[in-house]
Write a protein that binds this ligand. Structure first.
Ligand code: IPM
Ligand code: MG
Length: 369
């Protein structure tokens, strides 16, 4: 029987609550006897800062490098507003992405039929929506140097972030997007700001070159990132795969999440390069944050966390059948009208995080037979 090591990093706020539901799903899968997951748990974000004075300890990064996959909840919160910039909770997440070289972030925005009326957009705009945002994750403004705040001679301050991309960084994320498109509707939109940024000019050139050399069978559109933001709410179904840089990808994926009903619905997979055995380093995390306003009250929607784990089953462990069971169970629970607060609709029943987990597990029993 296949055995895999998972490192769970629940993080802060609702991160720990939604991770608890993933643990129950792992227990369910282990009990089924077709695969064994060994779980190890550790701290990241503010939780790590409180204990170690850093947002992720070196030993935790080592464990992450050795694990078959990392499952992460969320990091951050007002409690750590005053900590030094280098030690802020988000820096733990960024270090993990960088040290594990997880350059490709896949953020699928799928609108479950039962939630089509729950979106702030009209049903016909979002019904049947299935788009994939491919966000570059280890370059660009997030990591470019210099990144600093200095005091000028006149006493004024000046802050600098740097947007940097090299050819190979753009090539590898572009290939991920085209490969995915071939398995989907064969269409890629590449979003940049070449009208104001020289890094956007390079982005555009490299995507075009990779397309004509290796992927001319895929339909390619270049779109300015601001126009992409607008088109996402005007008529999102024109998109299949959107490939973009780290910062635009952060923003566009939050926007896309609302097409699915709630930020609490959007999972993500962060993948590294393939090694000689065809394996990729990987970390799976929901797109949402720690939601300090509802933390500790069992109000959080665990679905993005659970579907992030389903992405792990699919992308890291080739367990597509198990992922199907989870996703079908979620669709059924939503059909039955069970809702956490973020996706609550008239005529539905509002349930807690754990009750949502209970319902999904019991539907998994039914789906698996
Ligand atoms: C995300 C988050 C992170 C990001 C934060 C928490 C650093 O917003 O994963 O989208 O900006 O990448
Ligand atoms: Mg974000």
């Amino acid at each position: 029987m296949a055995t895999f090591d998972l490192l769970l990093l629940p993080g802060d706020g609702i991160g720990t609550e939604v991770m608890a539901e993933v643990k129950r799903i792992v227990t369910w899968l282990n009990a089924r006897g077709t695969v064994t997951f060994n779980l190890e748990e550790d701290l990241v974000g503010g939780a790590a800062y409180d204990v170690h004075g850093v947002a992720v300890a070196d030993a935790t990064v080592d464990k992450a490098l050795k694990a078959d996959a990392v499952i992460l909840g969320a990091v951050g919160g007002p409690k750590w507003d005053g900590v030094p910039y280098e030690a802020r909770p988000e820096s733990g997440l960024l270090r993990l992405r960088k040290d594990l070289e997880l350059f490709a972030n896949l953020r699928p925005a799928i609108c479950y039929p039962a939630l089509a009326d729950g979106s702030s957009l009209k049903r016909e705009v979002v019904e049947g929506l299935d788009i994939m945002i491919v966000r570059e994750l280890t370059g660009g403004t997030y990591f470019g140097e210099p990144k600093e705040m200095v005091t000028l001679q006149n006493g004024e301050k000046r802050a600098v972030d740097t947007q940097i991309y090299t050819t190979h960084e753009i090539e590898r994320i572009t290939r991920i997007a085209f490969d995915l498109a071939r398995k989907r509707s064969n269409k890629v939109h590449s979003a940049d700001k070449r009208n104001v940024m020289i890094s956007g000019v390079l982005w555009n050139e490299v995507v075009t070159a990779v397309h004509s050399a290796e992927y001319s069978d895929v339909e390619l559109h270049h779109i300015l990132a601001d126009n992409c933001a607008m088109q996402l709410v005007r008529w999102p179904k024109q998109f299949d795969v959107i490939v973009t840089d780290n910062l635009f990808g952060d923003i566009l994926s939050d926007e896309a999440s609302m097409l699915t009903g709630s930020l609490g619905m959007l999972p993500s997979a962060s993948l590294g390069a393939e090694d000689d055995n065809g394996k990729r380093r990987a970390m799976y995390e929901p797109v949402h944050g720690t939601a300090p306003d509802i933390a500790g009250q069992s109000k959080a929607n665990p679905i993005a966390m659970i579907t992030s784990f389903a992405m792990a089953l699919r992308y890291s462990f080739d367990l597509g059948g198990e992922a199907d069971i989870i996703e079908k169970a979620i669709a059924k629970v939503l059909d039955q009208g069970l809702r956490t607060g973020d996706i609550m609709q008239e005529g539905c029943q509002e349930v807690s995080t754990t009750a949502m987990g209970d319902a999904i597990l019991s539907e998994m029993d039914a789906v698996a037979g």
